[in-house]
Write a new protein. Structure first.
Length: 656
């Protein structure tokens, strides 16, 4: 049964606008998803073939939500609309013409694999006594430069302080890294977008072929696009019309390469375009929106938006001041318990933190008070060591040339280190086939039949993804249970993998999809609708909403963050970060701050002068200092708090 979408006047204007490229500036909580779905429905209703519509999102989860809602709206036609992330769309398109893009038989690698490969490339350029960037830092530089479409040499010169010798060696490492990827047939995340954009712009035949595929391209979360993604949109538009939905006030991912100008300067970049606005907010009460509107008006930039609550009036936001972060954490825990005692579910409450580290005191207190919670913003599910072990077994079985996977798999076994593993891999690759490679591995390890059993078991179930993962997990049971603590808890992650794999008929496709857009263990837990408090970093909170929100450490040096002070673009992104945090709240917004957080001095003119909330009017934000100066250290055992933090960090370590 089809579900009719009810639109307000501005949403309807946007969904049905004709004959121009369109940017819809959709403020927080203004129904952007409904507008996108209505746009697709409108296009199909007026005769556009659904197969000629491309809908791009930023997460696999968002793509699924779009597809599900499209199905409710337009039925079976929803399956014909190409919906997915930029990476998914680009990779799927390139896989259909692998020879043209030069990626035949290539394996997609994730960040962990990138670091491993970069480390191999880095080794010969490291000199004793000279400080050289670690592999993870090199991957960050490499990825940021590519996503912002800046030459490596230019990036190193403009954004780092490395001397010419180190910079030259970094360039050598990058060249070595690129060569290793080509030799071993690897594609990292950046290659997918970069190579697609390169061929789109440099190959007339590919450009013509791709431009003929779509009449309409819709983009969700346009403010999160980076220069490479913009290059793809720029190459595909005309005759295809763009319909981009985003919010410049929620552009908070510059550290990933997101370009604020893709939204803020859209009309300048796209001739014959129109900018429309959605300002009717259906999430929050007006008092919360008065606060967020005030914050944007204080900016030197013109965001030109004023959100209006369709839910009417509510509770005025409050900021509570404490004499210590421990006092702050204790009050939050007590307030949560008080509300729960009044019958309010734990899940109605979200605690937002600017940094993961900044949540430690709150986490410790939640543990002590036995308040159930999840943390979002930590290590991804597929980055967990034991999960990567199982996936590397799958990859190794399917690709003789996957050196990273074979190296990880072989070195899991006792008495096989990097040197022996490298020799085995080199010997296997010379055989030219998986069957001969397995024979070679058996010959080299006559008394270690178990080593070859793993890949052989996987290949027996190659066309049964869920079964392959199940038998792979059972095969690893004895080996990994000795390697990792808390094994019974870790085993449950394998059950989740098996469950997810049931949706796929291709084992490598399953791995490819989840490598491109990994789920998190906390997100998986959250999807089960458990009654828990959500503790989340602001940068992980896009799309999250909650009846009651606490924004912790809303103090000088955090909003804006110390490292951004004095850099206008970075300070402005910090303003947008606070805006995102504020607009997560539906009914009640509570900010907290302490006077002794971290080691810097609040007397610093730079810190105090830049503080976003230093001049907030009383009619916008109520200040409550009644908790700040009655704190007695004797009522709280600080050594116990430190023990709790250590205990929590131990728990974190066993889950990574």
């Amino acid at each position: 049964m089809k579900k009719t979408i009810t639109l307000n006047e501005n949403q309807k204007i946007a969904a049905e606008h004709e004959d121009k490229h369109i940017l819809v500036l959709a403020g927080a909580g203004t129904g952007k998803t409904s507008t996108i779905i209505a746009r697709v429905e409108h296009l199909i209703r007026k005769g556009v073939d659904p197969q000629r519509i491309l809908l791009l999102t930023f997460t696999r989860r968002a793509a699924k939500e779009m597809t599900d809602r499209l199905y409710l709206s337009i039925g079976e036609a929803a399956q014909k609309v190409m919906t997915g992330t930029f990476h998914h769309f680009c990779l799927l398109t390139m896989r259909k013409m692998p020879d043209k893009f030069g990626i035949k038989d290539f394996t997609v690698i994730d960040r962990g694999d990138q670091i491993s490969l970069m480390n191999l490339a880095r080794t010969k350029y490291v000199k004793k006594g000279i400080k050289f960037p670690i592999a993870s830092k090199l991957v960050d530089i490499y990825s940021y430069a590519r996503n912002t479409n800046i030459q490596f040499s230019e990036y190193l010169n403009k954004y780092t302080g490395y001397d010419s010798e180190i910079s030259d060696n970094i360039l050598n490492v990058f060249a070595d890294y690129d060569q290793r990827k080509q030799t071993h047939r690897y594609l990292d995340f950046d290659d997918i977008i970069y190579q697609f954009g390169e061929m789109l712009h440099k190959s007339p035949s590919i450009n013509e072929q791709l431009k003929s595929l779509y009449d309409h391209i819709l983009v969700d979360e346009m403010q999160d696009t980076n220069p490479l993604q913009w290059r793809i949109l720029d190459g595909l538009k005309n005759p295809a019309k763009l319909f981009c939905v985003g919010d410049d006030a929620q552009s908070i991912y510059a550290f990933r390469g997101a370009d604020f100008r893709n939204v803020h300067s859209f009309k300048d970049r796209v001739p014959d375009s129109v900018v429309l606005k959605l300002e009717d907010n259906y999430r929050s009460t007006q008092e919360i929106l008065d606060f967020s509107n005030w914050l944007l008006r204080e900016s030197p930039l013109n965001y030109d938006k004023n959100l209006k609550a369709q839910r009417g009036k509510g509770i005025k936001p409050v900021i509570k001041c404490f004499s210590s972060d421990l006092m702050e954490a204790r009050w939050i825990a007590d307030d949560l318990m008080k509300r729960h005692g009044e019958g309010i579910p734990w899940s109605d409450h979200t605690v937002l933190t600017r940094t993961a580290y900044g949540s430690r005191s709150v986490e410790a207190m939640l543990i002590e008070k036995k308040i159930p919670y999840i943390f979002i913003g930590g290590a991804s599910f597929l980055q967990s060591a034991h999960v990567k072990d199982l996936l590397c077994l799958i990859r190794a079985a399917g690709n003789l040339h996957d050196e990273i996977a074979w190296m990880r798999y072989l070195t899991l076994w006792p008495k096989i280190g990097d040197v022996i593993a490298s020799r085995l891999i080199a010997s296997m690759k010379q055989t030219g086939s998986i069957a001969k490679a397995f024979s070679e591995l058996k010959n080299k390890n006559e008394n270690r039949q178990e080593i070859i059993n793993g890949p052989e078991i996987i290949l027996k179930h190659w066309n049964e993804p869920a079964e392959a993962l199940k038998v792979g997990a059972e095969f690893f049971e004895q080996l990994l249970s000795k390697r990792y603590d808390e094994w019974n808890a870790r085993k449950k992650d394998f059950d989740l993998l098996v469950k997810l794999a049931e949706r796929y008929d291709s084992l490598m496709r399953f791995i490819e999809v989840y490598t491109l857009d990994p789920i998190t263990s906390t997100a998986a837990t959250r999807s089960e609708n458990q009654d828990v408090v959500t503790l989340i970093t602001v940068h992980s909170a896009k799309g999250i909403e909650s009846p009651v929100c606490y924004i912790i450490h809303a103090e000088p040096g955090i909003y804006p963050h110390m490292r951004s002070i004095g850099k206008s673009d970075e300070e402005e992104e910090e303003r947008r970060t606070l805006y995102v945090a504020i607009t997560r709240a539906k009914n009640e917004l509570i900010l907290t701050r302490s006077e002794n957080q971290y080691s810097y001095s609040y007397s610093s003119a730079d810190v105090e002068g830049s503080y976003f909330l230093s001049d907030v009017p009383d009619d916008i934000l109520k200040e409550d200092r009644s908790y700040g100066y009655v704190f007695d250290d004797s009522i709280y055992d600080t050594s116990k708090a430190k023990d709790l933090v250590s205990e929590f960090e131990d728990i974190l370590q066993t889950s990574v």
